[in-house]
Design a protein. Structure first.
Length: 241
């Protein structure tokens, strides 16, 4: 039986590329999604057609009850995962003076509290299994540099850094690594509204990154070769920072 990993927010964008890459690397991939069932099922079919293995894992990471129930059922049905990629996230941008309360709450709840909701039910089983493991959180360049109109988003992504660095210290003796991947401007539907000609001038490499480039780093951090890397924030941003 292949070791399995879970990727949250895997139905599109970076999450989809990460799930596909990990399946290609020999993992059985739990494809988490909240609403995009058709896209998640298309991804699963693609993985299977390429000789990989996976399963659908539908739940909203922002719901603590739903996440706990889904993760505990997965533990019962499949055992302890080798790793988790906490990728699910949303953005609701606005200048801070006009930022609505629910825009703050929803972004923090999905991006930061969602990490807690997903990781908390499985971290002790992972540690108790004494087989090592990988925890990877998907942050953003906004969590490092800040960004206009993204006080809520930047706060959520910066919070992941503190959480992961602390978790890395707690889990190091159990050979479970915890790291942060911080993408820059990546060619996904989240950046479709940006003026590409203006944005690329801010990027030293003068292009957007690809989801596959983020997936490649994530796959390395999930591998045995990355066993001595923990508590780190690694950027994929074309030289922006």
């Amino acid at each position: 039986m292949k070791p399995f990993v879970i990727v949250t927010g895997a139905s599109r964008g970076i999450g989809s590329s990460v799930a596909e890459r990990l399946a290609g690397d020999g993992f059985c991939v739990g494809i988490n999604f909240a609403k995009s069932h058709d896209r998640a099922n298309e991804l699963l079919e693609k993985i299977i057609s390429q000789g990989g293995e996976g399963f659908l894992l539908p739940f909203d990471v922002g719901s603590r009850e739903a996440a706990k129930e889904a993760m505990e059922k997965t533990l019962t049905d499949r055992g302890v995962p080798w790793g988790i990629v906490s990728n699910a996230g949303i953005a609701m941008d606005a200048p801070f003076p006009v930022l609505e309360d629910d825009m703050w709450d929803k972004v923090i709840n999905t991006n930061l509290t969602g990490f807690y909701n997903v990781i908390k039910p499985v971290v002790m089983p992972m540690a108790s299994a004494r087989k090592g493991g990988r925890i990877i959180a998907m942050s953003s360049i906004s969590g490092i540099t800040g960004n206009r109109g993204q006080v809520n988003y930047a706060a959520s992504k910066a919070g992941l850094t503190g959480a992961v660095k602390s978790l890395a210290l707690e889990l190091a003796k159990r050979k479970i690594t915890a790291n942060v991947v911080a993408p820059g401007i990546i060619e996904t539907d989240m950046v479709e509204a940006l003026n590409k000609s203006e944005v690329v001038r801010m990027i030293p490499m003068r292009r957007y990154g690809t989801p596959e480039e983020v997936a490649a780093l994530t796959a390395f951090l999930m591998s045995d070769d990355a066993g001595y890397i923990t508590g780190q924030v690694i950027s994929v941003n074309g030289g922006m920072v």
